[in-house]
Design a binder for this molecule. Structure first.
Ligand SMILES: [Cu+2]
Length: 177
């Protein structure tokens, strides 16, 4: 529903020539870069010919300096946008954050279905459950980090199996809002 809405709103084209990077599931999806801990990264599987896919992760900033997720690159899309959800005339819509996503000092930012998310535009191939793709995140202060995003079920809500218990609690709380 939301990826479709996104496609309608933003209008994307399908590219041919699939470039697929299949790799074994990593032992852990928790990655540390400078003061940031990144965990629970996943994408949702897509239907055939879906032009966009959703990516989700949790970013904790343990430092005393605000950071910002400036941009993201994916090997399977023409572009990755950082989207936030907003109410407009009583309808939930998504819109890009052109200045990036703030990761305030001492806070944890959760990108999740129905919330802020990564939108992989111009998907070159269907995202199939069980695959994993490496996405590169560019942070203003922490720099660049490349980490695997496992492709989970079409309706997956979190990568809970690999998340720290307190993260899972946090996400559950958010989902119930
Ligand atoms: Cu979106």
């Amino acid at each position: 529903m939301k990826p479709l809405l996104c496609a309608i709103l933003l209008g994307t084209t399908l590219l041919s020539s699939p470039v697929r990077a299949e790799m074994p599931m990593p032992d852990t999806t928790e990655v540390q870069i400078e003061d940031l801990t990144i965990s629970g990264a996943f994408m949702r599987a897509t239907l055939p010919r879906a032009p966009v896919g959703g990516g989700y992760l949790t970013i904790a900033n343990h430092g005393s300096t605000d950071d910002r997720l400036l941009s993201v690159q994916a090997p399977i899309g023409s572009d990755v946008q950082i989207h936030e959800m907003a109410h407009e005339d009583g309808v939930m819509t998504m819109r890009p954050l052109p200045e990036g996503l703030p990761i305030p000092a001492g806070q944890t930012v959760v990108l999740e279905p129905s919330g802020t998310h990564l939108m992989i535009m111009g998907l070159q191939d269907r995202l199939q459950e069980g695959e994993s793709y490496e996405l590169t995140l560019h942070f203003e202060h922490a720099g660049d980090v490349t980490l695997p995003f496992d492709v989970l079920a079409l309706n997956a809500r979190s990568h809970s199996g690999k998340m720290a218990p307190h993260m899972h609690e946090h996400m559950t709380a958010k989902v119930q809002e």
